[in-house]
Design a protein around this ligand. Structure first.
Ligand code: GDP
Length: 284
């Protein structure tokens, strides 16, 4: 994206500085991986591997294992995965349908991944960030209290279907459990469940219910830590360590590596895209 032309000379010095600050902010969040690769190494690491960036703040003699290398793709693989999420004439990314019951869900031809989490965890923002190279896709959200909550299905080219599950913990928990439980138990093409946890809040009581469901049905699932641009580094590190310990000691089906992301700075988004592409066999 080219920066707009500005006649800075006409502005006062303080105004010039403010304009430059805004421009720097606006153009420092690369949307494509090719743009990201032009960043200085430190910034690239922060953007692509946020967990690795955090790890350096741990005291070296008591470093807990953050399982950084369980999923550790090369930059080439991350670049390849980006094509899966880039809309083109031959790779259509689109909203398919919504369903309140599993028998209304689209067919099972493609591998599927689903995103679950409490209301306000940042689920729609994350899905929009995953679809940033398909800007015409509308990530439908109906947050009005009393509105029927639905599962929303998105087609990602010929590769996979992504399902946005209704947020839990905000009214109608029984409806949620009925709908989500049936889906998780019976959806045969479900390859991975992504459970979103707010990085400023940590695992809540309702998150635990969702975790118990995944464990009970022996589903492979992954914890994605959202909004990592929000808390301080210290608080974020504390949450990461607590959740990592929880994964290590209390779960069976949870992927050992956490995926921290920000829909604002795009930190962790490229790695998550690559992981989704990998678990759905889209990179073959
Ligand atoms: P949902 O209810 O889970 O779909 O959550 P939304 O995506 O609507 O996000 C809820 C609120 O959190 C909104 O005000 C978003 O702007 C904000 N939010 C979402 N993702 C991020 C993020 O990565 N960073 C920050 N700072 N705010 C976020």
């Amino acid at each position: 994206m080219a920066a707009p032309r500005l006649r800075l000379g006409r502005l006062m010095l303080s105004e010039q500085a403010a304009v430059l600050r805004c421009l720097r902010r606006a153009y420092s969040t690369p949307q494509t991986f090719a743009e990201a690769l032009r960043l200085p190494k430190k910034q690239l690491t922060k953007l692509v591997y946020p967990l690795q960036e955090l790890e350096q703040y741990l005291v070296s003699d008591s470093k807990p294992d953050l399982h950084l290398t369980v999923f550790d793709p090369s930059l080439e693989e991350i670049a390849k995965a980006e094509n899966v999420f880039a809309a083109t004439a031959r790779n259509r990314i689109e909203y398919l349908s919504s369903a309140v019951r599993l028998d209304h869900a689209p067919d099972l031809r493609r591998p599927e991944v689903c995103f679950i989490g409490k209301s306000n965890v940042g689920k729609s923002s994350l899905i929009k960030a995953l679809f940033s190279l398909a800007p015409e896709v509308e990530v439908r959200v109906s947050k009005k209290p009393g509105h029927t909550k639905k599962m929303n299905f998105f087609k990602v080219g010929k590769y996979l279907t992504l399902v946005d599950m209704p947020g839990y913990g905000y009214r109608a928990p029984e409806d949620f459990v009925d709908m989500v439980e049936t889906y998780l138990k019976e959806r045969r093409n479900l390859k991975r469940t992504f459970l979103l946890v707010d990085s400023a809040i940590g695992i809540t009581k309702n998150d635990n219910i969702a975790i118990e469901m995944c464990e009970e049905f022996a589903l492979p699932y992954v914890i994605v830590l959202t909004k990592i641009d929000k808390p301080s580094k210290g608080h974020l590190l504390k949450q990461v360590l607590e959740i990592q310990k929880f994964i290590n000691t209390k779960t069976q089906g949870c992927f050992p590596q956490l995926f921290p992301v920000s829909a604002v700075t795009y930190s962790g988004i490229h790695l998550l895209k690559c992981f989704i592409a990998n678990v759905t066999g889209s990179l073959n």
